[in-house]
Design a protein around this ligand. Structure first.
Ligand code: NAD
Length: 452
């Protein structure tokens, strides 16, 4: 009898739907089919592959509203955010595909009668293993470049969001040649089995702990790895910062997606001279946030994905309180499924709030007296995904010395198109997007032709 994976609405705990779990014993057959499909897929021209994918994009576009409702019900974010996520995926296929096409164009060199081609060939079968927090975008950003480059893909979504993943894959399967994109539904067991199977590349987005496990288990065959892991993003606010702008950013970035974002601001270091005014502004803006279910149009903080994650956030808050931090905004009466907007100050490095990913709607503040100390403390985390600094005088020094894959100066760490989404240190390596990012899905082959 097949095992069932049930998906629940994190706000109401109502059943949203169910899918069949993929038996681990079936994974070998899935990979075998994927290998056969990959060869035929790569025999097409890149323009033919792009045309197939664009057809899927058109369907995603037509179904944006119903897909967004499903995503919201299953994951808890509000309908506007879900529509943005689905619409973004539907509309970026052609742009991304053309970006991949130019990134992997064969380069030709010639000298002394020898012509050498540097080809960017597919790697083969790619496993994409994804998280639940942006359940369509995180997978899509890896699946599209992998497919455009001529690989086949086996996608393992999070067990928290199987329904939106199933709907996404079925749309692609309705237009793509058979087995070019397949799905494996399940949890850690299926993830591990996929990592141990005969895939050629694993593109993983998720936690540092699982990333480490994947690295340990992927040495056989020298599987290529793309690792997009967790973050603990710091924000440094210098004494000459625009305090209002910095406070607005601190709140928005800490609360975005209910704090369940890998580049959420999780640690704030503020110059002591401006601490009080910064705290006042943060509380003012934080009070404008309200929790609510995905279809509550007055809410801007959705449900927390599950009880484990909610308990983890509560544990971080309690630990900080016990160790002497002060709650400036918050409550002990968080409604079921949610965490109320919380602002805590006097947080220090010995508290869980400054150590592990909190992944909740918490603004965590501490102060510093000299900039070198702030940089040292910000860099003391093993994570280094995004970081931000607000101010003027010392800003270039801070920007130069802060560890981060993506750094924002007087803004968040988000960049503009064609540059990658990238981590440093234990936030992983490999990246989403950009020409270099797309080439990760290829095997370079250098082909030299002499005279006959
Ligand atoms: P997770 O690591 O628990 O799970 C991610 C995926 O890995 C899921 O599909 C899961 O079933 C699978 N998995 C679990 N154990 C496995 C194993 N041993 N081998 C193979 N696969 C396994 O992460 P999550 O809770 O789904 O997502 C939250 C995490 O993702 C946070 O740490 C967040 O920072 C990170 N994240 C990072 C980025 C980025 O771009 N750097 C983006 C989004 C989320």
């Amino acid at each position: 009898m097949s095992e069932i994976l049930y998906s629940y609405n994190p706000a109401t705990k109502e059943l949203v739907g169910e899918v069949n779990v993929t038996p681990v014993s079936q994974i070998k057959e899935i990979i075998d089919k994927s290998k056969i499909a990959q060869k035929k897929w790569f025999d097409l021209t890149i323009d033919e592959r792009i045309a197939y994918l664009q057809k899927a994009g058109d369907i995603l576009n037509q179904q944006t509203q119903s897909l967004a409702v499903l995503l919201s019900k299953e994951m808890g974010k509000d309908i506007n955010r879900s529509s943005g996520e689905v619409g973004g995926c539907a509309n970026d296929i052609l742009y991304k595909a053309n970006e991949v096409k130019s990134a992997i164009k064969t380069q030709v060199f010639s000298n002394y009668g020898v012509q050498t081609q540097m080809q960017y060939n597919p790697i083969g079968v790619c496993a994409v293993i994804a998280p639940w927090n942006y359940p369509m975008a995180m997978a899509h950003w890896l699946i599209i470049p992998a497919l455009v480059a001529g690989n086949s893909v086996v996608y393992k979504p999070s067990e928290e969001t199987p329904l939106i993943a199933q709907a996404y894959v079925e749309i692609f399967q309705s237009v793509l040649p058979e087995d070019v994109l397949q799905i494996v539904q399940g949890d850690e067991k299926q993830g591990k089995a996929l990592v141990n199977s005969d895939v050629n590349l694993i593109a993983f987005t998720g936690s540092k702990e699982v990333g480490e496990d994947i690295m340990k288990n992927s040495s056989k065959g020298f599987k290529r790895l793309i690792m997009e892991l967790g973050g603990k993003d710091p924000l440094i606010v210098l004494d000459d910062a625009n305090i209002d702008k910095a406070a607005r950013f601190a709140v928005a970035s800490s609360f975005e997606n209910a704090g369940q974002m890998c580049t959420s601001t999780e640690r704030i270091y503020v110059d002591k001279k401006i601490l009080k005014s910064f705290e006042e502004r943060v509380v003012l803006y934080a009070k404008q946030y309200k929790v609510g279910a995905w279809n509550d149009s007055s809410a801007n903080i959705g449900a927390i994905i599950n009880d484990n994650q909610r308990n983890r956030i509560l544990n971080h808050i309690d630990d900080a309180k016990q160790k002497g931090a002060k709650v400036l905004l918050g409550s002990d009466n968080h409604p079921d499924g949610f965490i109320l907007p919380t602002v805590i100050t006097d947080v220090s490095e010995d508290m869980l709030l400054f150590q592990d990913e909190t992944f909740g709607p918490v603004v965590a503040i501490s102060s510093f007296e000299n900039v070198d100390d702030a940089i040292k403390r910000a860099n003391s985390s093993e994570f280094a995904l995004g970081a931000s600094v607000y101010g003027q005088g010392d800003i270039e020094k801070v920007a130069k010395e802060l560890d981060a894959g993506m750094l924002g100066i007087n803004q968040g760490s988000g960049s503009i198109a064609d540059t990658p989404w990238v981590g440093a240190k234990s936030s992983g390596y490999g990246y989403h997007g950009s020409p270099d990012g797309h080439r990760q899905f290829t095997q370079v082959k250098v082909v030299s032709k002499g005279q006959y």
